[in-house]
Ligand binder design. Structure first.
Ligand code: WQD
Length: 328
């Protein structure tokens, strides 16, 4: 299929692009390179340097190569803390960007959209593991933008027949299991890249945000999902909506909880690095425990996390970080 990957030069986008290419799709990457990297591009994919906020750039990209059939939307801002301080930035980029995408799809006849949504749409868990029937009550503006976009998608499905897959990721981590992607996220705030930077000596230490939670070791538990598993799910989701002519919304998680302490200790063991750490106060808004039910993705897509054990998450990340020239 002819697929436009919007944000295809980014961390998740490059993994999705690789997976779609491997499956024989004709991929065009559309990215403004604001956080995406040229080194994440593949020669087999056409690259268009464009901005989702420039409507005419988007429609013209969708008309390339005889017309795109599907778009994967991965060009959103995703820093939860920042979204609470600068909601304007998230409104414009995430929501206006999504509206442009939907209108451009409608104008050019693009049929399918794969949307990267988030577990942040649920807010604090009322029960665990979280399934798709769990109430949605985002507690940060970032999660709110994701939920609003899901609602727009549902309306355009109904009114315009654009089918979509909304994929609610839990904690994305790791690097391509075949080692083909090496671009580092700039100024990361998520646990795994922060641990990797500390292991490589690119930062002083990991600050552990609280060890007095109601969990076995006192640190927070999350459901880490490997980006290669996420990428596979995107391809299966596109196949599903194209084949069945119906949209879907599913969680993507490993269904396994790991604590901050466990991730840190496993990283120390696998990297052989000391990884200095220090316990500091809790980070506002962190629930003690979050884990996904991925039963629906299993049932509808035949998908299951295969690379999301801590060892693979850490080894594939370390393979990238240990080769970073120091001073970078
Ligand atoms: C994981 C755990 C921290 C950094 C976020 C979004 C969520 C989704 C995934 C996109 C927590 C602890 C972290 C550090 C630490 N994003 N931690 N020191 O907050 O679970 O989820 O990313 O859709 O919506 O909220 O991920 O990687 O920031 O934190 O102790 O320097 O690691 O407290 O327990 P989070 P995270």
């Amino acid at each position: 299929m002819k697929v436009l990957v919007i944000g295809g030069a980014g961390y998740i986008g490059s993994h999705v692009t690789r997976e779609f290419l491997d499956r024989g799709h004709e991929v065009t990457v559309f990215d403004n390179l604001s956080s995406g990297l040229r080194e994440n591009l593949f020669p087999e994919a056409v690259f268009i340097h464009g901005d989702i906020l420039r409507y005419e750039q988007l429609t013209s990209a969708m008309r390339e190569r005889g017309g795109m059939e599907a778009a994967v939307y991965l060009a959103a801002f995703k820093a939860v803390g920042e979204s609470m301080v600068k909601p304007e930035k998230y409104s414009v980029n995430n929501i206006t960007g999504a509206m442009n995408l939907l209108n451009a799809a409608s104008e050019t006849g693009l049929k399918y959209i794969i949307f990267s949504s988030s577990a942040a749409v649920y807010g604090s868990p009322a029960y665990l593991p979280i399934d798709e029937k769990h109430p949605t009550n985002p507690e940060n503006y970032y999660g709110f933008t994701k939920l609003e976009i899901e609602r727009f998608l549902a309306w355009y499905d109904r009114l315009k027949g654009i089918r979509y897959a909304s994929l609610r990721y839990f904690n994305a981590a790791g690097y391509d299991v075949e080692g083909r992607i090496k671009g580092l996220e700039q100024n990361p705030a998520n646990l795994l890249p922060v641990i990797m930077e500390a292991a490589r000596g690119m930062r002083e230490e990991l600050r552990v945000f609280g060890d007095d939670y109601d969990t076995p070791d006192g640190t927070c538990i999350r459901d880490y999902i490997h980006v290669s598993d996420l990428a596979i799910a995107h391809a299966l989701a596109l196949e599903y909506i194209a084949k069945n002519g119906e949209s879907l919304t599913v969680n993507l998680g490993s269904e396994t909880g790991s604590s901050v302490q466990e991730v840190l200790e496993t990283a120390r063991r696998l990297t052989g690095q000391p990884i200095p750490s220090r316990v500091v106060g809790r980070r506002p808004g962190d629930p003690a425990k979050l884990t996904a039910s991925a039963a629906l993705a299993r049932e509808l897509l035949g998908w299951k996390a295969r690379h999301s054990d801590l060892e693979t998450l850490i080894k594939t990340s370390w393979e990238v970080y240990r080769n970073v020239p120091l001073g970078k």
